[in-house]
Design a protein around this ligand. Structure first.
Ligand code: AMP
Ligand code: MG
Length: 410
């Protein structure tokens, strides 16, 4: 191979920067979705409050709205005249006069004159009177207009992931729909003459295609709706034709396998000839052969080619693939997770490593991660027994038990 004209064998951090730059160049457009479809989308525009929250003073309890000054100051019960009822719903426009109270339910507007609510459980009914047995504090059980947020407050920011709580907040402002960033459409291809689909019978030398369904699950976990294509044989004409079709129709074409240096690894040559490679080979373990390219003559899609080993697929997706689709949607950076290594670990090589491990939080609130010693990129049992990737920085190092490290839970 002649000296590559694109970033080649780059450190992991540099690969992250390239992924971020490519994603920023190709940021997807906003679209409007109804709130019921907004979950896990990325918000495209800030949401600013147009209503105070709560919109009016209201009761936090079922009980009686009263004037605190009417209550006995010596702890003795107070008898108040029951002057009316205000339930959650239309404002009955009642006024609490001195010596009286109004029956009220949670969320009902506080009647004029009242400043406090006594909960029902602290009262007794006596004919037309209410006896307050345990006096509330001044202002107790009243939710003040605007105490949560006020008109003009920034409620949600572009880039925020729409969690259920954020969707509820948007609904409280009366918004029936939100502008979110369109999600990328993704085509998924596995490559390899040795692959057989689960459910079929295996011949000599064949293995089941583990990556397709693993990738589909990883993508669906991001709220994407990927399309899986039939597995590609290691045949240049068929690979070219399939990728060209997908390259015209999808935002992202995701492949696995055939991107390394073997005789049948056709993708690097194809994407150098027909596409525009943005990075090939990242100094990470597993997952070194990863390649990111723009489709160019293969179509407008981005092509992310992951290595073939199933654990490499998991690691490269979580570390770089997910970063790419986050970037395409302008998603705010994910919270970093840290944990202490639960065992000593000796790292002898230069590349950044993504080990598999089990992550937990002990009774003292300290998070720990136990690396799985089966670190080969074909060791699917170890990946399945684990629930996090452990990030060990570039360079050899002896890690002592207790050393804090980054983790990517999965
Ligand atoms: P490759 O990069 O194509 O040489 O693949 C690397 C290793 O991953 C080989 O052992 C392949 O058999 C294996 N492999 C590739 N694709 C898949 C797949 N879809 N499912 C399971 N193993 C795979
Ligand atoms: Mg292969």
């Amino acid at each position: 191979m002649t000296e590559p004209t694109f970033p080649f064998r780059v450190p992991f951090d540099e690969a992250c920067a390239i992924v971020d730059a490519v994603a920023a160049e190709r940021r997807l457009q906003p679209q409007t979705v109804s709130l019921s479809r907004a979950h896990s989308h990325v918000l495209a525009r800030d949401v600013v409050a147009t209503l105070p929250q709560p919109p009016f003073d209201n009761s936090a309890m079922d009980g009686f709205a009263l004037r605190h000054a009417d209550l006995a100051t010596d702890g003795a019960p107070t008898r108040l005249r029951l002057a009316g009822e205000q339930f959650a719903g239309p404002d009955a426009a009642l006024t609490v006069e001195a010596g009286s109270c109004v029956r009220i339910t949670t969320g009902a507007p506080l009647p004029a004159g009242a400043d406090t609510v006594v909960m029902k459980e602290n009262t007794d009914l006596d004919g037309k009177d209410v006896v307050v047995r345990i006096a509330p504090r001044l202002g107790q059980h009243v939710r003040r207009a605007g105490e949560d947020s006020n008109v003009g407050d920034l409620l949600l920011q572009a880039g925020d992931t729409l969690t259920p709580a954020r969707i509820g907040l948007a609904a409280s402002q009366g918004l029936a729909q939100l502008d979110v960033v369109r999600r990328p459409t993704v085509a998924v291809f596995a490559t390899g003459d040795e692959l057989v689909e689960p459910g079929m019978s295996l011949g000599p030398g064949q293995i089941y295609n583990s990556n397709r369904d693993q990738l589909m699950a990883l993508l669906r976990a991001e709220g994407l709706e990927p399309v899986a294509f039939p597995t590609l044989p290691d045949d240049a004409a068929q690979v070219t034709s399939a990728l060209r079709h997908a390259g015209e129709a999808f935002d992202l074409v995701l492949t696995c396998g055939g991107v390394s240096a073997g005789e049948k690894d056709l993708l690097p040559e194809l994407l150098q000839r027909r596409g525009r490679v943005r990075v090939w080979k990242v100094m990470m373990k597993p997952g070194m052969p990863l390649l990111l390219a723009e489709g160019d003559t293969l179509g407008p899609a981005l092509f992310l080619c992951l290595p073939g080993n199933p654990v490499s697929v998991l690691a490269t997706w979580l570390a770089l693939g997910r970063r790419l689709v986050d970037g395409l949607q302008g998603r705010a950076p994910r919270a970093l997770r840290r944990a202490r290594l639960a065992s000593d670990w000796t790292k002898t090589h230069e590349r950044l490593e993504l080990l598999r491990g089990r992550w937990w939080i002990d009774d003292d609130g300290i998070s720990w991660v136990e690396p799985n010693p089966a670190d080969g990129s074909h060791r699917m049992q170890a990946a399945a027994d684990s629930d996090a990737l452990i990030v060990l920085d570039a360079g050899p190092r002896d890690y002592a038990r207790g050393t804090p490290v980054d983790v990517l839970p999965y």
